[in-house]
Ligand binder design. Structure first.
Ligand code: SAM
Length: 159
């Protein structure tokens, strides 16, 4: 499979998962946490699917399209591992983490801190969606939509 095919599959999977979980998150109270604002495409999608919901977006630096920049109070710049700790207990309805690199060694380091941080940000019943694994006793794995290949994305519920 070419990298272009792979990219298209990844974006389609991401969109299908966000659409599936947003239907549930819409019925739940709590803000949304967006780890990895990047260009702001998924932030823009979440904002459309969850109108009026607070979305707090994190990245090392702002590089988003002008149409996809959060309000200053909802943009947190710096290393997520450090900056997000002050939001622990925020009772988020959704944590979306799009910070995978495609490099096994770097993603393995992320897997050492992201699951615990995610569990501490979510409300009970809240949902996490991540491109890197979320192995944690308080995060119960959920099945992806049928269009999404297994082990490409990780969807979990905070228990
Ligand atoms: N979801 C975005 C979109 O739809 O446009 C794309 C996100 S991009 C794949 C990943 C982003 O996560 C990059 O902008 C990178 O700077 C950021 N990132 C990755 N690891 C990070 C970390 N540990 N702390 C802060 N930002 C991080």
């Amino acid at each position: 499979m070419s990298r272009l095919d792979s990219f298209i599959r990844r974006m389609t999977a991401q969109r299908d998962i966000l659409d599936q979980v947003c239907a549930e998150v819409a019925k739940m109270e709590g803000p949304v946490i967006e780890f990895g604002l990047g260009n702001g495409r998924t932030f823009h999608h979440l904002r459309e699917r969850l109108p009026g919901r607070r979305i707090v977006a994190f990245d090392r630096a702002l590089a988003a399209h002008a149409s996809s920049i959060p309000e200053p109070e909802n943009l947190v710049l710096g290393e997520i591992r450090e900056t997000a700790t002050r939001f622990i207990g925020i009772d988020a309805a959704l944590v979306h983490a799009d910070i995978g690199t495609g490099y096994e060694d770097r993603d393995a380091v992320t897997a050492t801190w992201l699951p615990d941080l995610t569990a501490r940000l979510l409300r009970v019943g809240g949902i996490a969606v991540s491109g890197t694994p979320l192995d944690h006793p308080r995060l119960q794995r959920l099945p992806p939509p049928p269009s999404v290949p297994a082990d490409r994305y990780f969807i979990c519920r905070r228990v």
